[in-house]
Design a protein. Structure first.
Lengths: 123, 161
């Protein structure tokens, strides 16, 4: 039960932070490319990669609170996919393909980077 | 059927289902606490549901992360239905998109776990499974959105004829 509450606490913060960050990014550019969702997904992947690299050094509660709860709710697959389909429908097909490619490449890159940083710290 | 829109919507609604600047506002820095609260509660529900699905259907080390795949594809199917409904039918339900879309479905689906799943498989020398998981999730998620958007639009057109 405590574990579930940690996940809930993380989700309670992660989801509204995605909205606030997404809105802040979206209001600063005029392109169709969904930079807001892209940014939160990359930042969330970086943090979760860091946690994954430190899995033996950090208590399980931190993984649940920050990893499963916070990072899981901060990042989103549904918005990412919906945006991609909407771009495709709006004939912004290059942006749709670019969104998928850039999100996956940058997401994986930040996971590996985060894991490398935590492994450098805790070895 | 005549539609009454609280704001002038794009024919197909916003590209970003989390933030619609025409509704959420571009200039104002203040956030509506009711909207933020709805997103927070929704996000907590979504994250809890994702955690419980993962507990009930754990992925063995080096195995194909079936539960995360299912979670992400189902969440994508549901966002397609929701966005057509809030754009075309339930246009006055101000909290529906923040609560269900940004909150519940955003909290339920996850990009970071997807990326870490792939990294763990690659580092564990299961690059084949990693590639298969990478591709099936993207294709499954996009097909789910596409199919649910089309089906919901078709259903609305049929009902309002």
């Amino acid at each position: 039960m405590t574990r579930l509450l940690l996940v809930i606490a993380g989700g309670l913060v992660g989801a509204p932070l995605r909205y606030v960050a997404d809105r802040a990014v979206q209001s600063r550019h005029d392109s169709l490319f969904p930079w807001g969702t892209f940014s939160v997904n990359i930042v969330g992947s970086l943090i979760l990669g860091f946690l994954a690299g430190a899995s033996s050094a950090l208590p399980h509660g931190v993984q649940l609170l920050v990893g499963t709860g916070f990072c899981g709710a901060l990042t989103t697959y549904s918005t990412f996919s919906y945006e991609t389909i909407r771009l495709y429908e709006d004939r912004a097909r290059f942006l749709a393909v670019a969104n998928v490619t850039a999100s996956i490449v940058a997401g994986l890159g930040s996971v590996f980077l985060g894991a490398a940083v935590s492994q450098a710290i805790w070895g | 059927m005549e539609h009454h829109h609280p704001v002038e919507p794009l024919p197909r609604g916003p590209v970003d289902s989390d933030v619609d600047l025409r509704i959420d506002g571009r200039a104002q820095r203040v956030h509506d606490p009711v909207i933020l609260g709805a997103i927070a509660v929704g996000g907590a529900i979504g994250a809890a549901a994702r955690y419980l699905v993962g507990l009930g259907w754990p992925t063995p080390p080096g195995g194909f992360p079936v539960s995360t795949l299912i979670i992400n594809v189902i969440g994508c199917g549901l966002i397609g239905i929701l966005m057509v409904l809030v754009t075309d039918v339930l246009t006055r339900q101000r909290l529906l998109r923040p609560f269900l879309g940004t909150g519940v479905l955003g909290g339920f689906t996850t990009f970071s776990t997807y990326a870490v799943d792939i990294q763990q498989l690659v580092t564990g020398r299961n690059a084949g499974i990693a590639l298969l998981y990478l591709a099936t999730t993207v294709v499954g998620a996009l097909l789910a959105v596409r199919a649910s958007v089309s089906a919901t639009r078709a259903l609305i057109t049929w009902r309002t004829r």
